[in-house]
Ligand binder design. Structure first.
Ligand SMILES: Nc1ncnc2c1ncn2[C@@H]1O[C@H](COP(=O)(O)OP(=O)(O)OP(=O)(O)O)[C@@H](O)[C@H]1O
Ligand SMILES: [Mg+2]
Length: 276
């Protein structure tokens, strides 16, 4: 007889998403949330934190590409009161964009060690117990040294592992070729959630696919999602993957790919220099 293994899972807070994952993300997992600009990574992360606030988890949101105010405003558009959660000591937003000197939760240096220290400080402030962490995005920390992506991701996971976090780490993707900007996060991650977009008959559509989730019999289908004002993100029905919906004409893609390869060659040369 097969022993039934029971795994504690955290709801993502996105309607229709948890059932693609046997109920949610396993506690303690570090999950990469990847995709092109505007595909929904930040909004997905906001839902995950809003759900944490609702169920009484400790919550930390690190924002590198938008200000803290922008995240609060975006959350408010979907009916989540992040301001209140901050005042009640349920949420800390670490602002790594603005670098306000008078905000103790502002991050003035974009280096991984300061980031990890700040996160631990925030966790101590929030107190003992199950916690949710979002780092949106990780790419910002290796902007000028992409060859370090994997090492940095590993460092973050190794140090933060003991602090009872279930974490989403977002990362951008090159718009057309789907090559990761700072590949490496996926190998370290326990799961990969990939957002995609495409124009179908003149209309922008967004999709999500779970590419990896350890210890989980997850959906293998690409699902269409929608983002609705005052409501937020919702998973729609599974969709047939049509290559032409998400891929550029071959000639354009080939040119972009050539440019990416050139960049990668430069990166690997940079990496070799860093190793020595
Ligand atoms: N209130 C709203 N109502 C409906 N759609 C919205 C609303 N707010 C944002 N959106 C949609 O969500 C998109 C932004 O999604 P999101 O910020 O999650 O993208 P992202 O993947 O984080 O992008 P980036 O990599 O640039 O940070 C907008 O481009 C818009 O289409
Ligand atoms: Mg974003």
């Amino acid at each position: 007889m097969v022993n039934k293994v029971s795994i504690e899972r955290l709801s993502t807070g996105v309607e229709g998403f948890d059932k693609l994952l046997q109920g949610g993300i396993p506690r303690g997992f570090f999950v990469a949330v990847v995709g092109e600009p505007g595909t929904g990574k930040t909004i997905f992360s906001i839902h995950f934190i809003a759900e944490g606030i609702r169920v009484g988890d400790k919550n930390i949101y690190v924002t590198t590409e938008e200000s803290k105010e922008s995240i609060i405003k975006q959350a408010a558009m979907f009916g989540f009161d992040f301001e209140k959660a901050i005042n009640e000591g349920k949420l800390v937003i670490i602002d790594a964009l603005m670098g306000y000197r008078d905000d103790p939760w502002s991050l003035t240096d974009l280096d991984v060690e300061s980031l990890v220290n700040k996160i631990i400080e925030a966790k101590k402030y929030l107190g003992y117990g199950r916690a949710r962490l979002v780092i949106d995005s990780m790419s910002a920390f290796w902007l000028d040294k992409p060859a370090m992506a994997r090492r940095y991701s590993y460092y973050v996971k190794r140090v933060l592992y003991r602090w009872d976090f279930t974490a989403l780490l977002t990362s951008q993707y090159a718009v057309t070729t789907s090559l990761g900007f700072g590949f490496g996060i996926e190998h370290v991650a326990d799961g990969i959630i990939r957002f995609r977009k495409g124009v179908v008959r003149g209309e922008l559509r967004r999709y999500v696919i779970i590419e990896k989730m350890r210890q989980t019999e997850h959906s293998l289908r690409m699902h269409e999602i929608e983002i609705v004002n005052e409501k937020g993100m919702r998973v729609k029905a599974p969709t047939m993957y049509r290559k032409e919906d998400t891929v550029l004409p071959t000639s354009v893609a080939a040119r972009m790919l050539a440019a990416e390869l050139k960049k990668l060659l430069e990166i690997s040369e940079l990496g070799e220099n860093e190793e020595t």
